[in-house]
Design a protein around this ligand. Structure first.
Ligand SMILES: NC(=O)c1ccc[n+]([C@@H]2O[C@H](COP(=O)([O-])OP(=O)(O)OC[C@H]3O[C@@H](n4cnc5c(N)ncnc54)[C@H](OP(=O)(O)O)[C@@H]3O)[C@@H](O)[C@H]2O)c1
Length: 275
């Protein structure tokens, strides 16, 4: 397959390298995704089978940036995906888009949020833009891949394990998370089928911060210590509230596409990359 990837960031690079290694023809899109003429030119030049949108504003050092840069965030997270959808429709090209599960809050009375549940978290501007694009595109034949709190076996500033081991104080709330080593082959399966619709791309189950940090202490650094704080305490130090939620990952599993249980997959990352 020829896969045109937008967004040369953390996840774009992971997908590019993985798909190349699988023998697919991954190529970088050069357009600003909000510019229809430039996107059309990319499609004309490359005629891809699939467009994979990994572009978006995620904020540096974190999503609080999006509160102060709402025009840029809206442009890249809402206008851009809609422009890609228009260009994909014109050329009958499959489109896959990286969405987010950070459009929910809570565990939906223990059931987890399914792909059909309406977003219920608009606490940050970043989450608002991800919810808007998700809800607009779900009515069209687009593959929406909802991720949460990506983790992989390489320590780095975008890796959730690296993030929470660098904070002095952390909250302790169960969450759904996405282990990138499982996300990549699972997404590849969906791309090969030219799947459309929304998928929660989180590892089955939920895990809290304390469980991850205790595994880190056990596997990586026995001298590591941390302090748990309440959500109320955390919210004194951040600009926008954060989503903490559990997604129902059964749709993907029911289609025979496997992601490992979250605790097993995180343990594997710690053993392979953090030791
Ligand atoms: N990492 C997470 O925690 C997470 C979780 C769930 C979902 N996601 C979603 O996954 C996607 C990729 O995330 P990521 O972590 O890889 O983010 P990232 O590291 O910030 O990479 C995003 C890339 O998109 C580029 N970009 C922004 N606006 C663009 C535009 N208009 N046209 C072309 N490129 C543009 C950025 O370039 P600049 O740096 O120049 O802006 C950056 O290279 C995002 O949509 C994000 O919402 C991420």
């Amino acid at each position: 397959m020829k896969i045109l990837i937008y967004g040369k960031g953390y996840l774009g690079h992971k997908f590019y390298e993985y798909l190349q290694a699988q023998g697919e023809e991954a190529i970088w899109g050069s357009a600003d995704i909000g510019n229809l003429e430039l996107v059309r030119a990319d499609l004309k030049e490359h005629s891809p089978d699939t467009i994979l949108n990994c572009a978006g504003k995620t904020g540096r050092p974190n999503v609080d940036w999006c509160e102060d840069h709402q025009d840029e965030t809206f442009y890249s997270n809402v206008t851009g995906p809609l422009v890609l959808m228009k260009a994909a429709q014109e050329t009958d090209t499959h489109l896959a888009h990286l969405g987010s599960g950070c459009i929910y809050q809570g565990d939906n009375d223990g059931k987890g949020f399914s792909e059909k549940d309406t977003p219920n978290f608009y606490g940050s501007f970043y989450s608002q833009t991800k919810a808007w694009s998700d809800q607009m595109m779900k009515n069209f034949p687009v593959l929406i891949l909802r991720l949460r709190m990506p983790i992989d076996a390489n320590p780095g500033p975008r890796n959730f394990i690296s993030k929470i081991t660098k904070y002095d104080k952390v909250i302790n709330i169960p969450n759904s998370m996405t282990v990138v080593e499982d996300l990549l082959p699972a997404t590849h399966e969906l791309l090969k089928k030219y799947a459309t619709g929304t998928y929660n791309m989180t590892n089955p189950g939920a895990i809290d911060h304390e469980t991850i940090l205790d595994m880190y202490t056990e596997i990586v650094d026995p001298s590591f210590t941390y302090e748990i704080i309440s959500l109320q305490e955390l919210e004194k130090h951040i600009k926008a509230p954060r989503s903490n939620c559990i997604l129902d990952a059964s749709k993907l599993a029911n289609e025979g596409i496997k992601m490992r249980p979250v605790e097993e997959a995180i343990r594997d990352c710690l053993e392979k990359g953090f030791k």
